[in-house]
Design a protein around this ligand. Structure first.
Ligand code: ZN
Length: 405
């Protein structure tokens, strides 16, 4: 009996980790790891990342052989509130390996509390926010064109009161001519010391040009989303497909470019011209909403697969979906890395081989031979998605069933 007691205690001590991901290939740009590693989790944090951590040290040992183990994906442009096509984050994020979504302007300074109560506070997915410069957020013309209710002081005050959750400002869909909305957003960004994400049209009747926007109005660290459409920003010439000098110059001065796929903003011709000339996104994001998840399936692994089809190496696609977005919103190393001691937000991905249709926002497809797929997701130390049952024991060996043999 005494011996049994000792044995049980020793075994419990040996099983010092709650979850052990074994045999996977870790890509963690923040720690310069792109190699086979085991990842051990204790409670809600990553306890150890090392080669060959003994299986006996894990209470739950998950075979990750043949898979990529990366920081939980960060979707920098998502719609969880306010916008008419918003989706509850847990419905689409965790099954895609996405552990953090950044809501892009659903709420403004008047509605942020409601957003926090109804979505941020109840989702299992980590939800961060870019606060809309429009007081009532992304709720249509009455709000998004109402310059009188774009108040930098009040917007900055709400950001200061919610530093951990609000990570920047969004300006979007401004339908009037001129720069009022963007300039007020930038002013709020200056007051609160956060970046601005920009999404507005450059049609002639708007009186806005890409050149002026990127070189004169946006600051280094501000982000232009929807970079591969041709209406919100123009990075390749319509006449010869060349990357425009001012786009290169904007990038040189520190303006950031975000994919922001969505239902109208990732177009194969623009993306192909741009990437052939080396103009890739700083950050990969989905702009996910109700129609784009159904028609384009443009979740994070899908968007990453598209960039890989266009020549981006896997490790870069991972970096631009984890470390870089975290850095751009001031959240590195809190998220976006598998560093020891950090929150255990982890995506396990498979790189499938076959023939896959990858559709752009206007429904045009290419056939790719590789596609990333989320297999397993850990959020805050908990296994929350496991498409292949890798974290589950075989039922015959589990011994939990008492009624049937
Ligand atoms: Zn959007």
């Amino acid at each position: 009996m005494k011996f049994l007691f000792w044995f049980v205690c020793a075994a419990a001590q040996a099983q010092q980790y709650d979850i052990l991901l074994k045999g996977g290939h870790v890509i963690d740009a923040a720690n310069s790891i792109d190699a086979p590693r085991d990842v051990a989790i204790k409670g809600t944090v990553i306890a150890r990342v090392a080669p060959n951590i003994p299986a006996a040290q894990g209470k739950k040992v998950i075979d990750a052989a043949g898979l990529y183990v990366v920081p939980g994906l960060i979707d920098l442009h998502f719609h969880a509130y306010g916008y008419s096509g918003s989706i509850f984050p847990d419905d689409t994020a965790l099954i895609a390996g996405t552990t953090t979504v950044v809501d892009a302007g659903g709420a403004g300074y008047r509605t942020f509390d409601d957003f926090q109560k109804k979505i941020i506070g109840v989702a299992r997915t980590r939800v961060l926010a870019l606060l809309n410069i429009a007081g009532n957020g992304m709720t249509g013309r009455a709000s998004e064109d109402n310059v009188e209710d774009m108040l930098p002081d009040k917007t900055a005050a709400v950001i200061r009161a919610h530093r951990g959750t609000i990570v920047g400002i969004k300006v979007a869909h401004f339908g009037k001519p001129g720069w009022d909305a963007l300039k007020r957003a930038v002013e709020a960004g200056r007051l609160a010391e956060v970046p601005v994400m920009v999404d507005d049209k450059i049609f002639t009747n708007a009186g806005r040009t890409s050149r002026e926007k990127l070189l004169d109005v946006m600051r280094p660290g501000d982000m232009h989303t929807h970079m591969y459409n041709d209406r919100q920003v123009e990075i390749v010439s319509r006449f010869d497909g060349k990357v425009l000098d001012f786009a290169t110059e904007a990038r040189r001065r520190g303006v950031l470019f975000d994919m922001g796929h969505g239902g109208g903003s990732f177009l194969w011709p623009v993306a192909m011209h741009a990437t052939r000339q080396g103009f890739y996104p700083d950050t990969i994001s989905t702009d996910l909403h109700q129609s784009s998840i159904l028609m384009q399936q443009s979740d994070m692994p899908n968007c990453m697969s598209k960039m890989m089809y266009l020549g981006m190496p896997l490790r870069e696609a991972v970096r631009r979906s984890t470390m870089t977005p975290a850095k751009n919103i001031g959240k590195l190393p809190e998220i976006g890395t598998l560093g020891e001691g950090r929150t255990a937000d982890i995506a396990v991905l498979a790189l499938r081989s076959g023939v896959f249709a990858l559709k752009d926002s206007w429904g045009k497809k290419v056939l790719a031979e590789k596609k990333l797929e989320a297999v397993l997701t850990i959020r805050d130390g908990r296994l929350v998605f496991d498409s292949e049952g890798r974290g589950y024991p075989d039922w015959k060996s589990a011994g939990d069933y008492e009624v049937l043999p």
